[in-house]
Design a binder for this molecule. Structure first.
Ligand SMILES: *Cc1c(COP(=O)(O)O)cnc(C)c1O
Length: 391
């Protein structure tokens, strides 16, 4: 018999009742050190006092009004994001997938009058952009598209970090290139800065838009507000979600005026997107991440964690192969099965996430402490020993 919850997830037999910073407390009172953070969503940890306060205050005043009215909380968050990024304008969504939908629509609309043949979006192998028809067509992966055809047309995939895309994007039917600066689901695979720079240059030369998917790697995760800042480039359109709401469902598309100017009244909308409650929380999250010294601390803790993980890999060469990624978006490429290590982690009370390419993902709260980093590595070591003993 089918369970009451559609069984699309293979769930671990754990249920949490409470969260405190980098810790999750299970129904039986057991405490788990959370290096998953809701898959890079709980950027400020669980139950951050400021976010709890904003949620309670805004929750007592006004949750939702339609976008047929002005929403001051939305205006405040948009202004903050514009101030701290390349963008001139922002549209709020409830998720990364919806941000992907708008990014695709915006790119196509951009050319619809001036060059209507430009509809194709070039994306990359290993990419993850969400689960909508457009997002799975963009990723093109067998696992995501199988059985869901006919696929939305107008997408093609190329080798991530490879050369073919540079020739392909010169075709006259290309509207945009869509890429994650660091692939998350794909296995914490970081694009090289030089490749991203060349991609930006090639898009400019061909008159093609560059869409960056920073749903996972954005909002301070890599030690800069947005990952593309490390490469010294800016996109035309960018998708954001996950960390921006700190756990409240919130996403956004950020864009330059040039890319966005065809999106006129009536061309797009959302019932919930940009509601006062979500935007009040998003503003609090963004103010904290862009606040004095916050990202310096992320960078300091990131190098501490990375160094400790290098030691862990060296001490357990049968289990781990290398550390990859950037900031607090780190991956351990595994020799043992990554899912076995995730499983052993549950026993050691440390939570991690599997990713493609046999990688163990570590996406702790950006507020994780030095002591918690040391504790995390100790617990990962316990998990590694468990896996070794079973080998
Ligand atoms: C999670 C994710 C998405 C999809 O976001 P949802 O909020 O799950 O719809 C899109 N792109 C990337 C890079 C992601 O990590």
């Amino acid at each position: 018999m089918i369970p009451a919850i559609l069984p699309t997830y293979n769930r671990a037999p754990l249920a949490f009742e409470r969260g405190e910073g980098s810790w999750l407390v299970a129904e039986d009172g057991q405490r788990y050190l959370d290096l998953a953070a809701g898959i890079a969503v709980n950027a400020l940890g669980h139950a951050h006092p400021k976010l709890v306060q904003v949620l309670a205050e805004q929750g007592a005043k006004l949750w939702h009004v339609s976008n047929i009215y002005r929403v001051p909380q939305q205006e405040a968050l948009a202004a903050l994001l514009v101030e701290h990024s390349f963008a001139d304008t922002v549209f709020f969504t409830n998720s990364g997938t919806e941000a992907c939908e708008l990014a695709v629509k915006m790119a196509r609309k951009h050319f619809s009058a001036s060059a209507p043949e430009r509809t194709r979006i070039l994306a990359f192998n290993g990419a993850f952009h969400g689960r909508s028809s457009a997002a799975i067509a963009a990723s093109g992966s067998e696992k995501m598209v199988k059985g869901f055809g006919p696929l939305l047309p107008g997408f093609a995939q190329f080798e991530f970090g490879g050369e073919e895309v540079f020739e392909a994007l010169k075709a006259p039917d290309v509207a945009a290139v869509m890429v994650e600066p660091i692939q998350g689901e794909g296995g914490i695979r970081a694009a090289e800065d030089g490749w991203l720079k060349r991609l930006r240059g090639a898009c400019d030369e061909a008159g093609v838009l560059l869409i960056l998917d920073e749903v996972q790697c954005g909002m301070g995760r890599t030690g800069r507000l947005f990952a593309h800042e490390w490469a010294g480039i800016t996109p035309d359109i960018m998708m954001v979600a996950k960390g921006i709401g700190g756990g409240f469902p919130l996403g956004a598309v950020l864009a330059t005026e040039g890319a966005a100017k065809e999106m006129t009244a009536g061309s797009h909308g959302s019932t919930y997107g940009g509601n006062p409650l979500g935007c009040a929380i998003g503003t609090a999250v963004t103010e904290i991440i862009t606040g004095p010294g916050f990202l310096d601390e992320v960078n300091r803790k990131a190098s501490l964690l990375r160094q400790s993980l290098e030691g862990l890999v060296a001490a357990h060469p049968e289990v781990f192969e290398e550390v990859r990624g950037s900031g607090l978006m780190l991956g351990l490429k595994c020799k043992a099965a990554n899912t076995d290590i995730v499983q052993a982690g549950y026993g050691a009370h440390v939570l991690t996430v599997a990713a493609a390419d046999n990688v163990l993902r570590l996406l702790p709260a950006l507020t994780i402490s030095d002591d918690e980093i040391a504790e995390a590595v100790t617990r990962l070591e316990t998990a590694a020993r468990t896996v070794e003993a079973a080998q």
